[in-house]
Write a protein that binds this ligand. Structure first.
Ligand code: TRP
Length: 339
């Protein structure tokens, strides 16, 4: 009976690239959300190291960050007993399926991807083929596991669309090989913006460190960053999501709302009539209170290399087992000799 219930759970797949410091935005917008999904779904979360090398990385840094990301996932509440946690490069099926699906994806489709256009503008000296076929690797990540749902931010929705297109094209040729996945948009209240340019998403690759809060920042640094967040000169605490001039205050209200489990409107009500200084201090304290227990757990875990290794080795094994079923099917369909 127990067994049956487990088998019927829908499957979720998602991941983060270990390419920079994980920000408060990643936590509130993605990882925190995953924690609440792990009881109702069969969850697979990965450290997307293959994707990160589409942009130059320092090897030692990449290795370090991959392990840090794993420790952080667990510190945030992702339970390795309930979920599969693995490192993408540990399961060769991702690269193998990506090769096959490259042959079922058109240049024109990839040329239209906004992330490719953005990244090639930002890294004009290194517009490599991997950057171009990034969405095919991402489609492979998802399709290998017959995934039902992919929790992602709005900026990744175009990648989910192309994944579905590729899967449908393949299925039309060969029968039902892939489950057609759906994107699961995280709640809009959790979209955290840059503290310095609040009309832009908070990003770990932003060159200005004052624009984002890293989950690894010292608590006094976090406090300072929030206190120096860009606001406006109106001096009124009100939530006006459609008013660009209010982008800074809206963002601080959203942050406060997510960390205290409230709504931006209610937070604004509680602080109406207060000065920005008082409000910012309260936001800073609430954010530090949210991050503190995660950091304490993280600091303990990152020292326990043997434990982390055991988690990612187990993860590699189970992800391999699941992925091979799909990969074998694909190989057979396209005409490779299997067994
Ligand atoms: N492209 C995603 C990002 O930058 C990371 C990613 C890679 C991913 N493969 C994935 C997310 C598969 C979800 C599913 O955020």
């Amino acid at each position: 009976m127990e067994q049956n219930v487990t088998e019927q759970k829908k499957r979720i797949f998602s991941g983060v690239q270990p390419s920079g410091n994980i920000t408060l935005g990643n936590y509130l917008g993605a990882i925190k959300n995953w924690v609440s999904l792990q009881d109702d779904y069969e969850c697979i979360f990965a450290m997307m190291d293959l994707h990160t090398i589409t942009v130059r990385q320092t090897p030692a840094e990449l290795r370090k960050r991959t392990l840090e990301l794993l420790a952080l996932y667990i510190a945030c509440g992702i339970d390795p007993e309930k979920c599969t946690l693995f490192i993408q490069s540990h399961n060769s099926a991702h690269a193998e399926l990506a090769w096959v699906l490259n042959c079922y994806t058109y240049m024109g489709e990839l040329q239209r991807m906004t992330q490719f256009k953005d990244k090639s503008a930002r890294h004009a000296d290194n517009i490599n083929a991997g950057l171009f076929t990034y969405p095919v690797l991402m489609a492979s990540d998802i399709l290998l596991y017959q995934t039902d749902l992919v929790p992602v931010g709005k900026d990744q929705m175009q990648h989910i669309e192309i994944c579905r297109d590729i899967a449908q094209r393949f299925n039309a040729l060969y029968g039902d090989v892939f489950k057609i996945p759906e994107g699961l948009l995280v709640k809009s209240g959790a979209k955290i913006m840059s503290l310095q340019e609040p009309t832009k998403k908070m990003s770990k690759s932003d060159p200005n460190p004052k624009s984002f809060i890293s989950m690894m920042d010292d608590f006094n640094v976090i406090s300072k960053k929030i206190k120096s967040a860009v606001t406006d000169s109106e001096g009124i605490i009100e939530y006006r999501p459609d008013d660009e001039n209010k982008a800074g205050i809206n963002n601080l209200l959203s942050i406060m709302a997510v960390v205290t489990g409230s709504t931006p409107e209610d937070v604004a009500k509680n602080f109406s009539g207060e000065g920005y200084g008082t409000f910012k201090s309260a936001v800073a304290d609430a954010v530090v209170d949210t991050i503190r227990p995660i950091r304490e757990e993280y600091d303990r875990l990152i020292k326990d290399k043997a434990y982390l290794q055991q988690i990612y080795k187990n993860g590699a094994e189970s992800s391999h087992r699941l992925a091979q079923r799909t990969l074998k099917k694909v190989y057979k369909k396209v005409g490779f000799i299997v067994d």
